[in-house]
Design a protein around this ligand. Sequence first.
Ligand SMILES: [Zn+2]
Length: 375
Amino acid sequence: MAAPLFYPPSYAAAREHFREQVAALRRRWPQAAWQQRPLDPPAQEALEWIAAPATHEARQAVVLTAGLHGIEGYVGSLMLDLFLQEFADRLDPATTSLYLAPALNPWGMAHGRRVNAANVDLNRNFVDLAPGQPFPRVDNPAYDALHAFLNPAGPVRGRDRWLFWPRALLALRRAGGAAALRSASLQGQSAYPQGIFYAGQALQPETRAVQAWWDTLLRQYPRILHLEMHTGYGPAGVLSLFFPEAEPRRDAEWESLLDYRPVIRVASAAAYRIQGDLGGYLLRRAAWHGREVVTTGLEFGTLGHSTAAQLRSLRALVLENQMFHHGAASDAVAAWVRREFRALFAPADPAWRARALAQARRAIQGLLTWFLAGA
Ligand SMILES: [Zn+2]
C-alpha cells in the first residue's frame, strides 16, 4: 500500500519533504540532487529544486513548478508529490531528466501570501529586458478608477465583510459589469505598490533566479514539458489547463491530444489577458534558444466562477492585502480573513483535495503520454 500523498503543513515541511525525496530518486537517477540558487539581494529563503539529470543522452526534461503565487504552493506541493509517487517511474532516466521546484516564491509560501515580500504578483513580473532597458509599466486606467475599492486604507473591521457587497455593486456599476471589473483587476498595475495585482517596477529577485535557472534548462534540453501549479481560478473543484496566449495549438486541439478538458487560453474571452506571465516568458525564451517547450498551468478552481463567487474571491484578496498593510481591528477579524484567503488558495476540505487529485491524475496522464510519445 502506497504512503499517503504529502500535503505540507508549512513551507519548512515542504522543503524538508522534497529534500528527502532525492534519495529515492537516486535509485533511477544516480546524479539526483537538491539544488539551490540564492536570491539577489540575499534573502532568508532561496530558489530550490530537485534536479534528476538523465544518465546517458539528455534528450528531454520534465519540469514541475509550484508556488509562483506563494500560498498556492501548498496544493502545488501535493501535486508535485503525486507526480513523484505515481508518474516519475514512467520516465526513462537514460534520456529524460526530471526537475521539481515546490516554491518559486518561497517568501510568499512561507508567509501564506500570494505575492512576494515587495507585494509583487510574480506572474505579472516575467518580462524580457535588455540590459539598461526600463521595466515596462502596466497602464491600467480601469484599475485607477477602482483603486479606492480594491485597496482600502485602514485596519480591516468586522463590518468590512458585509460592506464589501454594496461597495462591490457600486464598483460593478462604475466598471461596467462583472467581466470589466475582473479584467480591470486581473490585468495588473504598476501605480500602487501596496495594491493587489501589483506588477512591480523592476524584475524581482525571485523572477531573476527563475529566469537564470530556466536559461540553464533551455541550453541543455531540446524538448521540455513544463507543468506549473496554480489554485483559485476557474469553476469550483475543476482543474483547468491554461496555455499561454502564444501557444500555437488551439485549445480544442489540446483537449483532443490530451483527452482532457477544459483547456483554456490565458487570453481567451473566458479568461483574462495579462502581461509578464511565466508561461508566455518561457515560450519567448524557448523560441530564442530554438527549443520545443510546452508549458501549461494546472489551475485548480476553488470558490467558483459565478459572479457571486468571483466577488467573494476578490473580497478575500482585497481584505488579505488590506490586513497585511494596515492590520485588523481584532484577532477574530484577522482569523476570518486568513480562513477566507485559505479557502480561495489552499482549501482544507478533504473532498476538494480528493477531487483535485483525481483530475490531476487524468491531466498529467494525458500530458505525459503525449510528451513521451513525441520523443
Ligand atoms: Zn496562481
